[in-house]
Design a protein around this ligand. Structure first.
Ligand SMILES: C[S@@+](CC[C@H](N)C(=O)[O-])C[C@H]1O[C@@H](n2cnc3c(N)ncnc32)[C@H](O)[C@@H]1O
Length: 431
C-alpha cells in the first residue's frame, strides 16, 4: 500500500511494531511514514485499522495481534484494562525501561549538543508496591448512583473501585481496606479526593487522622545521605512534611536519585549551592550536610516553612530557604542579584523553567544538575542554557513510576564554553 492510498479505516496486515511512543503506543512505518498504533507493543506483528491521518504521521488501532511480541506479559493487576492509573503493565518491565531510556536519550542527544555527554545506567527499583502516597477519588456516580473509592477509569470521568492496588505500598493498601467502608458511607455526588500517605511513623491522611495533625506529630521520612565529603559519617536526615504538600512518592528511588544528584554536583566543602523548586528540602538538606552555604527556593509558603523547620530539626547550619515564584523575573531578588553560586540544582514541575534558564548563567555556576519529569520542557530549557556556555555532560533515566508512561530524568550540564554573544540589532535608518 502506498501512503497516498492510506485512508481512514484502511486495514493494514502484517504490520511490524518497531518502537514505543512516550505515551505507550506502538511505532511502525508504512512507506517511510510513521504510524502510531494504539494497543501494540514493540516486537508485535499486528493487523491495524487506520484511525486518523496527519501530515507527518498517521494513527491506527490494533485490531488483532497476529504474532505477539516476546516482551508482552500478563498484567498483574486485575483491573488494569479499566483503570487509568497504569498504561504499560502489558509490557515487560525490562522492555518498559529500555524504551523509556532509549526514547529519552535519543530525543535529547538529537536536540542538544551531546558531544561531551556520558549516558548513565537508569536508576531502578522494585516495580510493585513502590508508591507511598495515593490520591483516591470518592464519589457517588451520576450514572448508576453507586458510591466508589478509587482511580479514574481510562478515558472516562467514572471511578474504578479499588480495594487494593499493586503499585501502592502494603501499608497504604491495608489503610485503604481498613477505611474503605466508612469512606464510602460519606460519599456524595460532589467529587472528593482522599489522600493516603505512608510515612516512617505510620500512614496518614484525612480519612485516618480525623483531627489536624499536631506539629510534633507530623508525618516524616528519613533519607540516608551518602558519605559526606567533609566528615567520615553523615547522619540520616529526617524530613517532616504535610500530607497535602509535595513529596517524592517512590522512597527507594528518591534515595538513589538524591545520591546520584549529590555525586553529579561534585560538591566541595567551601561551595555555595542553589536548589531551585526545593519543596521541603529533599535535595537541599543533603547538600547542606556537605557544603558551606545552601540556598533553597520554593513557591509554596507552607513548603518554605516546613523546609526551614526541617533544617532546624536536623541542626543544619548555612542553609536558608526563600519563597519565590520562579516563573517571574528573579534577577532583582536578593538571592539572585549580585550573587554567584558554585553549583545549581533545579527540579521543576512539568512546565520546566524556561524564563529562569534564560538568566541562570548570570550566577556563574560551573555545574547545573537538572531533574525533570518532562523531557520536552527539559530540552527546551537546555537550549537556553547552551546559549550561556553550558553543555550536556551526563544524562540518565530514573524509573520512578514503573508501569506508567511518566518518566523522571536527570541531566548534568557543565560550563565548558563562553556565553554566546548577543547579536545587536542594527538601528533602523530612515532615508
Ligand atoms: C517536582 S517538585 C520538586 C520538589 C523537591 N525538589 C523534591 O524533590 O521534593 C517541584 C516543586 O516546585 C514547586 N513549584 C512549582 N511551581 C513553582 C513556581 N512557579 N515557583 C517556585 N516553585 C514552584 C512545587 O511547589 C514543588 O515543591
Amino acid at each position: 500500500m502506498t501512503d497516498n492510498t492510506m485512508q481512514i479505516n484502511s486495514i493494514i496486515e502484517a504490520l511490524e511494531i518497531e518502537g514505543l511512543t512516550h505515551d505507550g503506543r506502538g511505532v511502525s512505518h508504512v512507506n517511510g511514514k510513521t504510524l502510531f498504533v494504539n494497543g501494540a507493543v514493540p516486537g508485535d506483528i499486528v493487523t491495524a485499522k487506520v484511525r486518523q491521518l496527519h501530515d507527518k504521521f498517521n494513527e491506527a488501532d490494533c485490531l488483532t495481534i497476529e504474532q505477539a511480541s516476546s516482551e508482552r506479559v500478563t498484567p498483574f493487576c486485575p483491573v488494569y484494562e479499566q483503570c487509568g492509573g497504569c498504561q504499560l503493565q502489558h509490557l515487560s518491565i525490562q522492555s518498559q525501561r529500555h524504551w523509556k531510556s532509549h526514547n529519552f536519550i535519543t530525543r535529547l542527544t538529537q536536540a542538544v549538543d551531546s558531544k561531551q555527554c556520558e549516558t548513565v545506567d537508569s536508576l531502578v527499583s522494585d516495580d510493585q508496591n513502590y508508591r507511598r502516597r495515593a490520591r483516591l477519588g470518592l464519589v457517588i456516580s451520576k450514572k448508576d448512583k453507586v458510591a466508589r473509592l478509587g482511580f479514574r477509569q481510562q478515558g472516562s470521568n467514572e471511578l474504578i473501585d479499588i480495594e487494593q492496588c499493586p503499585v501502592l505500598t502494603p501499608a497504604l493498601n491495608k489503610a485503604i481496606q481498613t477505611h474503605r467502608d466508612a469512606l464510602l458511607e460519606t460519599a456524595s455526588r460532589a467529587y472528593k479526593e482522599i489522600t493516603f500517605v505512608e510515612a516512617d511513623n505510620g500512614v496518614f491522611g484525612e480519612a485516618i487522622n480525623a483531627s489536624k495533625t499536631e506539629p510534633e506529630n507530623l508525618p516524616f521520612y528519613t533519607l540516608n545521605t551518602p558519605a559526606s565529603i567533609n566528615s567520615a559519617h553523615t547522619l540520616p536526615l529526617r524530613f517532616d512534611f504535610h500530607e497535602e504538600g509535595f513529596i517524592q512518592v517512590n522512597a527507594p528511588l528518591n534515595q538513589a536519585m538524591v545520591t546520584q544528584a549529590l555525586s553529579w554536583l561534585d560538591l566541595k566543602s567551601d561551595h555555595k549551592v542553589l536548589d531551585l523548586f526545593c519543596g521541603i528540602g529533599n535535595f537541599t538538606l543533603p547538600i547542606a550536610q556537605q557544603v558551606a552555604t545552601t540556598v533553597g527556593i520554593e513557591g509554596e509558603q507552607s513548603l518554605v516553612e516546613i523546609a526551614t523547620h526541617n533544617a532546624d530539626i536536623n541542626q543544619l547550619e548555612g542553609v536558608h530557604f526563600s519563597k519565590a515564584n520562579l516563573f517571574n523575573d528573579m534577577t532583582p531578588l536578593p538571592w539572585f542579584k549580585n550573587n554567584q553560586y558554585d553549583r545549581i540544582l533545579l527540579d521543576p514541575g512539568r512546565q520546566g523553567a524556561f524564563d529562569l534558564c534564560k538568566t541562570l548563567g548570570k550566577l556563574q555556576a560551573q555545574i547545573i544538575v537538572y531533574v525533570s519529569c518532562n523531557s520536552a520542557t527539559l530540552i527546551r530549557d537546555i537550549k537556553e542554557l547552551e546559549k550561556q556556555g553550558y553543555r550536556l555532560t551526563k544524562a540518565g533515566l530514573i524509573d520512578m513510576f514503573p508501569h506508567t508512561t511518566h518518566t523522571e530524568v536527570m541531566v548534568q550540564l557543565t560550563k565548558t564554553h563562553k556565553a554566546a554573544k548577543k547579536v545587536k540589532k542594527r538601528p533602523n535608518f530612515k532615508i
